[in-house]
Design a protein. Structure first.
Length: 183
């Protein structure tokens, strides 16, 4: 009987080594790269809110070069093929706010992340339940609510509405926020 393996996880140290290696490769070509780190990676690196993430959700430039280098780095470090991916692009808000706070910077790789408010809004919009693929968004949302010192569900919804139109906020988001923050 085969027991399914859990999805691979990327710890802080592994992410930092892989990004440092990306910086080395960019430096070798005389290119300055830019990367915006989202989701679990921001929670791991900037907030120390958890120990690991399943993958590195990011938007990056120059995309073709970074994709090529991350494929090489993935093989070199024995990482999953999609260890760094830009699947998050479909969930971005035009009103997004960014910072480099809490992130390392390298010589040829500039890193930014969403602000705590924007990351909270993104996590709330996703409102993923735990599954084989993900631990869900519940713990990250709770962490960010505490980080931002939001006292009630109305305050949390105001943050979400700062980045996403109220009519785009799914019912599951409203229910989860109500459940997590009574009032």
């Amino acid at each position: 009987m085969d027991i399914p393996l859990s999805p691979p996880v990327l710890a802080r140290e592994t992410i930092l080594k892989a990004l440092a290696r990306l910086d080395e490769k960019l430096r070798g070509e005389g290119i300055i790269g830019e990367i915006c780190l989202y989701g679990g990676t921001a929670m791991v690196l900037a907030f120390n809110a958890r120990l690991s993430t399943r993958d590195v959700d990011a938007v990056f430039k120059p995309p073709e070069m970074i994709r090529r280098h991350t494929a090489e780095i993935g093989e070199e470090f024995h990482l999953p093929p999609n260890w760094l991916n830009d699947g998050v692009k479909g969930f971005l808000s035009h009103a997004g706010e960014y910072t480099s706070d809490g992130l390392p910077q390298w010589e040829n790789l500039r890193a930014i992340r969403p602000t705590a408010e924007y990351l909270l809004a993104m996590k709330c919009m996703a409102s993923r339940s735990p599954s084989y693929e993900t631990s869900g968004d519940r713990e990250d949302i709770l962490f960010l609510i505490r980080q931002l010192r939001l006292a009630d569900s109305e305050s949390v919804l105001q943050v979400v509405e700062k980045f996403y139109p109220a009519d785009r906020i799914p019912p599951k988001t409203h229910f989860l926020i109500q459940e997590l923050v009574q009032g």
